[in-house]
Design a protein around this ligand. Structure first.
Ligand code: NAD
Ligand code: WQD
Length: 340
């Protein structure tokens, strides 16, 4: 049976995608260097699906290891490439780390695709490629704006690298531009495990409610939005994971229209930071300690997806609400912290 390689498959989105691949009887092999995850995630995956996926601890920056891995695994039919570094602030402080970990590794994996004729490639891109959009909702035709961070730049460069390689090879690829993934698996067996102080809104909310953080800072209430706080498109990670299976099948079944396709993955609905807080308090019955502070430099005002292309062409749509996502995020946080 052919296998699908999932790089970064023990990470947040990768682990949820592995579960959905298994639910579709797809055989998975994971590569991860555990830089932002742990082997414990394998147990979580097993307790959901009953299957422990093959796992190879490997750093994609290590060329010799990567070459040997592909030599030893000649049955890989496609790749879902999650492995990357993703902290925007860190990328500003250490850009070379980001160009090395997000770009060099991509080039190396694509070289192995070429060598071993692996022709199906799903790439984790981001709505960050759109920057501050000219109009909302954002379609895939919206211009890619100059990146505001090295991290964002790596996603733009990566898309270009994949596009260029697809133009001269048999590679078929889909870049999935995620909006803001949140939540956890309904089982609370897997979820997001941020190292240190969370930068993203929802992990900060759940850690504040759990008493790990004293207070949530809301970055600004003077934006031109419904209540002055920034607007984002928060998508449940399980809905996001399911889209990867649909996209992969599209490639495996040769249903793609061009060799490089791009899809937005969001809900199509924008929610403000204060709306997220209110929903969290409502569904979890937790009172959240928060205060309004200065704007965070680099934040865009409003971002939400036009999902028509993903809905019509992929035949995928979200099935879970933001409330579902917030409740699962809270249940996961409680499990991690041993709270009742
Ligand atoms: P994550 O950090 O939880 O997962 C990434 C995984 O890749 C981790 O398990 C990490 O250990 C592994 N990894 C990193 N560098 C590696 C290397 N050199 N070799 C092997 N493994 C390596 O992140 P995530 O949130 O699951 O994101 C997955 C992908 O989606 C990333 O490419 C990220 O940029 C992209 N993305 C994430 C978001 C988001 O908000 N979470 C939004 C848009 C795009
Ligand atoms: C969401 C909203 C904050 C924390 C980032 C990356 C982007 C993509 C997704 C990977 C914003 C506000 C946050 C807090 C707050 N990742 N906020 N207090 O900034 O939309 O996107 O993650 O590709 O590239 O930039 O997500 O979760 O950080 O913030 O008020 O403590 O919550 O200002 O409006 P963001 P986020």
């Amino acid at each position: 049976m052919k296998k699908i390689l999932v790089t970064g498959g023990l990470g947040y989105i990768g682990s949820h995608t592995v579960v959905e691949l298994q639910r579709n009887n797809i055989d998975v092999i994971i590569i991860d260097n555990l830089s932002n995850s742990s082997e414990e995630v394998l147990k979580g995956i097993h307790s959901i699906s009953g299957i422990t996926p093959s796992f190879v601890k490997l750093d994609l920056r290590d060329k010799e290891d990567v070459v040997n891995f592909f030599e030893a695994n000649s049955d890989i039919e496609g790749i879902i490439h999650f492995a990357a570094s993703k902290a925007v602030g860190e990328s500003v402080e250490d850009p070379l780390l980001y160009y090395e970990n997000n770009i060099n590794t991509l080039v190396l994996v694509l070289q192995e695709c070429k060598k071993h004729q692996i022709n199906n490639f799903i790439f984790s891109s981001s709505c960050t490629v759109y920057g501050e959009p000219d109009s909302l909702p954002i379609t895939e035709q919206a211009p890619v704006k100059k990146a505001t961070s090295p991290y964002g730049n790596t996603k733009q460069i990566s898309e270009n690298i994949i596009f260029d390689f697809c133009s001269v090879s048999n590679l078929k690829s889909i870049a999935l531009r995620y909006f803001n993934p949140i939540g956890a698996h309904e089982s609370s067996e897997i979820g997001e495990l941020p190292l240190g102080v969370p930068l993203n809104l929802v992990p900060f909310i759940t850690q504040t409610a759990a008493g790990v953080r004293e207070q949530l800072s809301v970055y600004g209430d003077d934006y031109p939005t419904v209540d002055g706080s920034c607007v984002r498109d928060y998508i449940h990670v399980v809905d996001l994971a399911k889209a990867h299976v649909v996209a992969l099948k599209r490639l495996l079944e040769d249903k793609n229209k061009t060799n490089f396709e791009v899809f937005n993955l969001g809900t199509g609905r924008g929610s403000s930071v204060l709306e997220v807080i209110n929903s969290f308090e409502k569904v979890t019955h937790q009172k959240l300690n928060y205060k309004i502070v200065e704007r965070r430099p680099g934040d865009v005002v409003s971002v939400f997806a036009d999902t028509k292309k993903a809905n019509d062409v992929l035949g995928w749509k979200t099935e879970r609400t933001m409330e579902d996502a917030l409740l699962t995020a809270w249940n996961w946080e409680k499990k991690v912290r041993n709270l009742k």
